[in-house]
Design a protein around this ligand. Structure first.
Ligand code: 3ML
Length: 107
């Protein structure tokens, strides 16, 4: 399984309520997306700093998303899809900054 995790930051000036609404719309738009096995988006609810190892400050993150793909071939189907292109257009309207992490299965 290919998994890509994303840190999402709201655009300057967008309210929390609007961002939350757009995240819901974005999730709904992901239903039936060609090549996409699963999409999840979660709001960051709190930022504990009392970690048992040195704290890493990465600035404000408003939500975390994750995309799952069954294979490279399915990922390519997703990339080539016009529905995916429309999804990214919506993303441009409510994601101010995005930090992707392609993660690798360990065990
Ligand atoms: C890639 C993505 C990360 C996310 O949360 O949604 C998708 C699509 C997009 O960026 O619009």
């Amino acid at each position: 399984m290919i998994r890509i995790l994303y840190l999402l930051v709201k655009p300057e000036g967008m309210s929390d309520a609007q961002f939350r609404k757009e995240c819901v719309v974005h999730f709904e738009m992901s239903a039936g997306m060609p090549g996409l096995h699963k999409y999840e988006v979660r709001l960051v609810a709190s930022n504990p700093t009392d970690t048992h190892v040195p704290y890493l400050d990465v600035g404000r993150i408003d939500a975390i998303g994750e995309c799952w793909f069954a294979s490279e071939a399915e990922y390519q189907v997703y990339i080539d899809s016009d529905i995916r292109k429309a999804w990214f257009e919506h993303g441009k309207a409510f994601i101010g900054q995005l930090k992707p992490f392609v993660t690798e299965e360990l065990v």
